[in-house]
Design a protein around this ligand. Sequence first.
Ligand code: PMP
Length: 450
Amino acid sequence: MTTPPNLPALLADERQRFLDQHPRSLALAQAAQQHFLFGVPLHWMRDWPTPATLFVREARGVTLTCADDLNHADFCLGDTGAMFGHSPAPLAQALAEQAARGLTCMLPAEHTPEVGTLLAETFGLPMWQMALTASDANRFVLRWARAITQRPQLLVFDGCYHGAVDDTLVDRDPINGATLRRPSVLGQVHNHHAFTRVVPFNDLAALEAALSDGQVACLLAEPALTNCGLVPPAPGFWEAAQALCQRFGTLLVMDETHTLSTARGGYAKAHGLAPDFFVAGKAVAGGLPCALYGFTAEVTERMRVAKDAAPEGHSGIGTTLAGNALTLAALRAALTHLHTEASYGHMLDLAGRLEQGLNHHIATHGLPWTVTRLGARMELQFMPHTPRDARDVVDHAQPELESFTHLFMLNRGVLLTPFHSMMLLSPSTQVADVDRLLAAFDALCVTLSP
Ligand code: PMP
C-alpha cells in the first residue's frame, strides 16, 4: 500500500487532538525549555511523534498517567526498561529497604553470592560482572573479547543497535559490503571501518567470509534484530552461525537486552545456544540502572590470564557506581520475583492474544502489513512479509504512516514504542489493556483502509 493521499490531513487532525487533550503537558514542555536542551532531560524524549512532549505524572503496572490526568495503557514500557511493569511491588519494597542502608560503597554488599547464584540459575552462565547500562556492558565485553583473543576486529550485523558503543555505530555499504560511518552519529572523529566489520543478518555466507581470516575477536549480536523493526533469525541460522564462530575461534556475544522478552532466561537459553558472553540491561533489575554480562568458565580463565598479564593501572572496564548496593538489591528482588515462569507464562499468553487480534484486523481490512512476534515482544511492520534483514526493513520504511499510527494510538490511550512500532507485554498487562489496544488498532485500520 502506498501512503494514503489524505495522510497529511489526518496527521494534522491528530496533532490538534493531542494539543487539545494535553494543555498541562504543553505548559510543562514550554517551561522545561528554559533549562533543558529541547525541553527534556534526554534529547531522545523528543523523538515521539507528538507535537509536544508528553509529561508523566505516574506510572504503575502498565498504566501511565500523564500530567493531564489521562490514563494510557503502556505497551512501550520504557522501551523495555519496564518490561516487568512500572514499579513492581517487590522491587519498590526492596529499594525502600536498601535506600536507608547504604547506596554505594565500592565494596560488595553481603548478598552478592546469593545474587550470583540467582544469575547463574536464571541465565545459565556461571560467572558475572555488572555495569550500569547495556551500552557499558557491551563496551566492557568488547574490551575483554579483544584482550583475551588478541584479535582486533569486531563483527556486527547491519542494522544493529547495542547502545552508545562507538565501535558498533556503523552502517554497511549495500553495494560492496564495506563498513561505513553512521552519518547520524554526532561528534564522530574515528572511522571504525578499520576494526568493525558488518554483515547482513541471516546471511551465513557473508558471516563465514567475515570470520574466515581469524581476525575477529567477537560477533556481537542480538538473537533477532530488534532495533530496526523486528527481524527474526531464519530457522537454523543461529545453530550454523554459532558453529562458524567456534570454527574460526570467534567469541559469540549475545546481547539479550531486548530479547529477554523471549522466555525466562532469554533467547539463547530457550533455544539451546551456548554463547561465550551474555549481556542484558534495561529490565534485568526491573528498570533500575543495571546491566550485567555473564561468561563461561573457559572465558573466565582467559580473562584471568589477560588481567594478570596487564600492568597495574586503568583497565578501561567498569564505572564507579557499577554493582552498587541499591542496584544489587533491585537485582536480587527482580531475579526472585520478576524473572519467573509465572511472569513469562502470563506475558506469552497475552502476547498470543494480541498477535492474533492484530492479524485479524489486518486481514479484515485487507492491509498489507505484518506482525512479527518474539515471545512477549511484537512489531507491527508496514510491509507485506517478515523482513529478512535490515535492508529489507529500510526498503519498506513508511515513516509518515508510522508516526501517524503512534499518534493515533496515543490519542486513544495506547502507547507504542517510538522509533519503530513495538508492543511489549508485561506481567501487569491485563486482557482489558490488550483489548483497548485492539479497539484503537481497529479504528486505525478503518481510518486507513483503502
Ligand atoms: N543493546 C540493545 C539490544 C539495545 O536495544 C539497547 C538500547 N535500545 C542497548 C543495548 C543499550 O541500552 P542502554 O541505552 O540502556 O545502554
